[in-house]
Every structure is written in structure tokens, then in C-alpha cells.
Design a protein around this ligand. Structure first.
Ligand SMILES: Nc1ncnc2c1ncn2[C@@H]1O[C@H](COP(=O)(O)OP(=O)(O)O)[C@@H](O)[C@H]1O
Ligand SMILES: [Mg+2]
Length: 349
């Protein structure tokens, strides 16, 4: 069963018919108990989509369904949805337990019952012994967990996150995204999660909706989007890729990339295509084998070096393990392409 379903939803702000579509004809489903990420660059319509799930914005056209009910015209109070915002602003004058109980008390749950549910939720997010602390006595990550508990305690059918980790430093971001994923799976929550960070999307999601200019560019599992992007935009946004022009030969399988030949497992239409090449696709040989490429620079990034090269078909970069011998700037190496990490896309106009 799907918890959330959008059918041809469009949204423009303001009354003017001339206003641009913030969300332009979007259809998708979020299956119950799964986490779907809305991923895309700033301004592509992620927050607007999330706010339409919450009932904080209304669709200009189309329908929104939740758990089998048409909720298109229902307000936020009539939808079983909680939203966790970028700034998780706890009440500073309330202790942790009271912060978490607040929403329940507002909706009329008796004190003892609210306290018991809040304690259970604090246990679920790993804050069991912190209930008497003030928010100012907590680290950023702990405050984040209180905010999560505050949303969870209301037992929403759908939990919404809008860039929840963007205020945290890199290490804490990684920890928190793993925790959110763990709690989501343990409690079987249905989650819509907004981020512009592709590694976060890869790490937490069952499904990813890649958005571009108000539309869905592609929808799939992280692995499917990484391995089989259907456009230049998605190939670039889901992971790193170098884009190079290539020619499909008459046999439909051989592709020429300068002096390099790559074999497509699938038959293709002869003519120009664009190859999207992941950094892990390149194999490095001595200069006599494959595409000669001159080393322009390298940067040390811990587990690997990022090496920038100039060759006949353009400038490209790849990753080399820090355990492999590193070519020097000015050296010429030979590049060949493996089968993994090479994707054929329509030629760019
Ligand atoms: N309250 C608003 N009034 C008018 N335009 C808005 C409003 N909120 C967002 N927009 C516009 O809608 C588009 C999508 O915005 P948004 O959904 O916030 O994108 P994202 O969350 O992906 O950055 C943008 O062009 C933005 O400027
Ligand atoms: Mg946003």
C-alpha cells in the first residue's frame, strides 16, 4: 500500500497565471514503511513538494492521496503528518521531556499518558537518561534527536524531513543520517526526506526522486539511478561523472572515443552519443595502451588521489587509490574503459 500518492500535481505560487510552476506535473508514490528522498538542486521544488504532502501548501492542479484517501483539499491538522525542519528550534525554557510532550499535551492527551509516550520515544531515539536536561545542555546531535522525538511521538502516518542535517558538521551529519535510517527501519516509518546532498540520498533512501526545475527527472533505487541514469542531469547529480562525446559505429556495439574503442553490451543506434563515465570506470595502463592522457595535477583526498588529465577527447579526472603508484604531473599514461561505470546517454545538442 502506498502512504503518499501524487497524481499530476502542479503548483504555482500566487494567483497569476503567468507565475512559473514551482512544481510541474509530478506523479509518484511513497510505499508504506519506506524512505523516499527528494533530491535536486536548490529551487527545483523539493520543499514545495514536501509542504504539499504536509498540507502547508495546496496543489494548484492534480491530486494528493494518503493511505487511500484523497487529501488534496485537507489542511495540515487533518493529515497524519509530522514535519522536521532544517532549524529544529526546541523550546529553550522547557526540559527535554516537556519539549517532547508538548504536541501531545496541545492535542489534549492527559499528562501521565503524554509523559509515558514521550519517555518511550526518547528511548527509541537513544536519549533515555536525558529527559530532565535543558536543550542548552545538549550537543547539536542530541538536540536533533529531541526534535526527531518531538515529531515521532505524535505517531504520524508520514514523517517529513526538510534538509534536517544541513546545520550539522560533516561527522555528525554522517552519524545522524545513519540513525535516522536505523530508526526509520526499526519502527517501519514512512518518510519523505529532502536533501540536495547526493551522498546523503544514497545512504538513507529506499527510493530517490531526482528533481529538476519542478519536474521529476528520474525515480528509482539509489543503485538504479547511479548505474542507469537516463539523462545528463541525473548522471551528473547522482554521483560523479565525466561526460564525453563518442560515436557508435555501424555494427551498433562499437563506440569510438578518440583512439579508444569501447564495446556496448546493448545494441545502439549508430551516430553520436554522450558517454557518462564514473571515476571508477577507468583502467590505468602505460602510455602505449589505450587513450594517451597527460597528468595535469593531482589532489590527495585521504583514501584516494583525484587525478586530472588532458587527452584527445578533452579534460577528465579519475580516482587512484593511495596504495597505487601515483603518476607525476607531466607524465603520460594510457587509459582504457571497463564495463562498469560507463553509461550511454543521448548526444547533447
Ligand atoms: N512562498 C513562495 N512564494 C513564491 N515563490 C516561492 C515560494 N516558495 C518557493 N518559491 C519558488 O518555488 C520554486 C521552488 O522552491 P522550493 O520548493 O523552495 O525549492 P527547493 O526546496 O528545491 O530549494 C523556486 O523557484 C522558489 O523561488
Ligand atoms: Mg528547500
Amino acid at each position: 500500500m502506498s502512504s503518499v500518492k501524487f497524481v499530476n500535481v502542479k503548483k504555482r505560487y500566487g494567483a497569476s497565471d503567468a507565475a512559473p510552476w514551482a512544481v510541474n506535473d509530478v506523479s509518484f508514490e511513497i510505499p508504506q514503511g519506506t524512505l523516499t528522498t527528494l533530491l535536486g538542486p536548490s529551487g527545483c521544488g523539493k520543499t514545495t513538494t514536501l509542504r504539499m504532502i504536509a498540507g502547508l501548501e495546496f496543489a494548484t492542479e492534480g491530486q494528493i492521496w494518503m493511505g487511500g484517501d484523497n487529501v488534496t483539499h485537507l489542511g495540515p491538522a487533518q493529515r497524519a503528518v509530522s514535519m522536521m525542519f532544517q532549524s529544529y528550534a526546541l523550546f529553550p525554557h522547557l526540559r527535554v521531556l516537556d519539549n517532547v510532550m508538548y504536541g501531545l499535551r496541545m492535542s489534549g492527551v492527559p499528562h501521565a499518558q503524554a509523559a509515558q509516550r514521550a519517555m518511550q520515544t526518547l528511548t527509541n531515539v537513544g536519549l533515555k537518561s536525558m529527559e530532565h536536561r535543558w536543550p542548552s545542555e545538549l550537543s547539536g546531535g542530541q538536540q536533533q534527536r529531541v526534535a526527531l522525538a518531538r515529531a515521532l511521538v505524535l505517531e504520524p502516518a508520514v514523517l517529513l524531513f526538510d534538509e534536517p542535517l544541513s546545520n550539522l558538521d560533516a561527522r555528525l551529519r554522517r552519524e545522524m543520517r545513519e540513525e535516522i535510517r536505523e530508526i526509520q527501519q526499526r519502527l517501519g516509518l514512512t518518510v519523505a526526506y529532502v536533501t540536495h546532498d547526493q551522498s546523503e540520498a544514497l545512504a538513507v533512501s529506499d527510493h530517490v526522486l531526482v528533481m529538476n526545475e519542478g519536474r521529476i527527472a528520474q525515480h528509482g533505487t539509489p543503485r538504479a539511478l547511479y548505474d542507469h541514469p537516463n539523462s545528463h542531469f541525473v548522471a551528473n547529480f547522482m554521483g560523479e561523472a565525466v561526460m564525453l562525446k563518442a560515436q557508435v559505429q555501424a555494427d551498433g556495439h562499437e563506440l569510438k572515443l578518440g583512439p579508444l574503442t569501447w564495446h556496448s553490451p546493448q545494441p545502439l543506434k549508430p551516430g553520436s552519443v554522450e558517454l557518462a563515465i564514473r571515476p571508477e570506470a577507468w583502467q590505468i595502463n602505460d602510455a602505449s595502451q589505450g587513450l594517451p592522457a597527460k597528468v595535469l595535477k593531482h589532489a590527495f583526498l585521504g583514501p584516494f588521489y583525484e587525478v586530472t588529465l588532458e587527452c584527445e577527447v578533452g579534460r577528465l579526472w579519475l580516482q587512484m587509490s593511495n596504495r597505487d603508484p601515483l603518476p607525476q604531473v607531466g607524465d603520460v599514461i594510457g587509459l582504457t574503459l571497463g564495463q562498469v561505470g560507463v553509461m550511454v546517454l543521448p548526444a547533447q545538442p
